[in-house]
Design a protein around this ligand. Structure first.
Ligand code: HEM
Length: 382
């Protein structure tokens, strides 16, 4: 089970759960009205039965993705963008809805089509984000902040939660986004990008590669320990830190590059993705389905442990209580039974139905059906 590189990521898979004391429902993007209607089994305007995720595309080689059908366009007032340069780019090219609000189905299709992200990783990442931050009733997720309530009727029936929500998926120590403690945890941060370029010059001869990834990743953690009294990389964040450091190597480098050029991201392309949310001109996606494979290497260069500053800056204290190093089954089980159950303690009606459907899709993304890791049902089986 979980051959998405939870094997390669499995150095510190701790679990979100109780350390993240979420107030329930509203911050997730559910309005009171939706909850009432969900409980009555109607679901309210915009309620949807989540469709099954799309599988891998029929062609998985490299191809031009900065194509005529997907022209880059600047954001319009009201369009949402967030902390993920990959999803931002896909929205600005129309692989995702340009307003930045999408269903899991649309996200899974777009990351495979636009970047050649591995199919299981695409589903795994998307369902985690959707279960943590999305609106399970309307089956929509914002790629940035929570959407405003727009009134009683569609087009956007109510609030939709988003991935900028700090402490869920979004976390501290990002390469080009500030820690939430310092303010904007979602927008491109020019000063941090200068560090990104500085490290690429120092360790990569002007390119971002795995050596740079390892050094910058470690540096950003040390920097935050020294400056952010609330710094935390407990739980899932300890995993995503290393996954996200790998993506610029595996998914932002043009798929036609081979030999010494492969795995080396030039700074103009980096700026295009991180800052402009745009494919470099004439960009070809990765040559084969790709994702987090090198994250183990990035981690091993400077191993760290999950933990947080417990009493101000420079008080980093390891905290591995929320998971195990290599046990992906424990990760899945606790995510469903503790984290999601903690967010939604007593769902009823359509809400409960849709949570069950999404939890099932999440289980399937781990190579579901494995006898070694039985499926769990925090809300019962029907
Ligand atoms: C599959 C759906 C995806 C979801 C739900 C997702 C979600 C996120 C989130 C929540 C963050 C912020 C984490 C943080 O730094 O605090 C993030 C960061 C990041 N994502 Fe994505 N992502 C997805 C796909 C992608 C793809 C396809 C790429 C690359 C092509 C990508 C590249 C990155 C990078 C490089 C960062 C780190 C940004 C930084 O540290 O400054 N992501 N993503």
């Amino acid at each position: 089970m979980v051959h998405i590189s939870l094997t390669s990521l499995a150095f510190g898979v701790a679990i979100f759960s109780s350390a993240l004391a979420f107030p329930t429902y509203e911050p997730l993007g559910l309005s009171e009205r939706q909850l009432t209607e969900a409980a009555s089994n109607k679901g309210g305007p915009g309620a949807k039965v989540p469709p099954p995720p799309p599988g891998p595309p029929s062609f998985t080689g490299t191809k031009l993705v900065d194509d005529a059908k997907h022209p880059w366009q600047p954001t319009r007032p009201g369009d949402i963008r967030g902390p993920c340069p990959g999803l931002n780019t896909l929205a600005s090219h129309g692989y995702l809805p340009r307003d930045g609000v999408a269903s899991p189905e649309q996200i899974i299709k777009a990351v495979q089509e636009g970047f050649n992200m591995e199919s299981e990783l695409a589903r795994f990442t998307t369902y985690i984000a959707h279960l943590l931050d999305g609106n399970p009733i309307t089956d929509l997720l914002s790629i940035g902040g929570k959407t405003p309530r727009t009134g009683p009727d569609p087009p956007r029936p109510a609030i939709v939660g988003g991935i900028s929500n700090h402490g869920t998926f979004e976390g501290d120590g990002s390469m080009t986004r500030a820690d939430a403690f310092f303010g904007d945890n979602s927008a491109f941060n020019p000063a941090l990008f200068e560090e990104f370029k500085g490290f690429s010059n120092r360790f990569g001869g002007g390119f971002y590669n795995l050596t740079v990834a390892a050094e910058l990743r470690f540096h950003r953690i040390q920097e935050s320990i020294a400056n952010n009294p609330q710094f935390s990389i407990v739980g899932f964040r300890h995993l995503t830190l290393y996954a996200e450091a790998a993506f610029p190597v595996t998914l932002f480098v043009d798929g036609r590059k081979t030999g010494a050029q492969a795995g080396h991201l030039d700074m103009r392309s980096a700026e295009s993705f991180f800052k402009d949310m745009r494919f470099p001109k004439g960009f070809f996606r990765a040559a084969q389905p790709s994702g987090t494979d090198p994250s183990q290497e990035i981690f091993e260069a400077h191993p760290t442990v999950p933990g947080r500053n417990v009493a101000g800056v420079n008080t980093f204290t390891p905290d591995t209580s929320l998971g195990s190093f290599t046990d992906s089954c424990a990760f899945y089980t606790q995510f469903a039974n503790k984290t999601i159950k903690g967010l939604y303690p007593n769902p009823t009606g359509v809400l409960r139905r849709n949570l069950n459907i999404n939890l099932n899709f999440f289980y399937q993304s781990l190579g579901g059906g494995s006898e070694s890791c039985p499926q769990v049902f925090p809300y019962g089986q029907n």
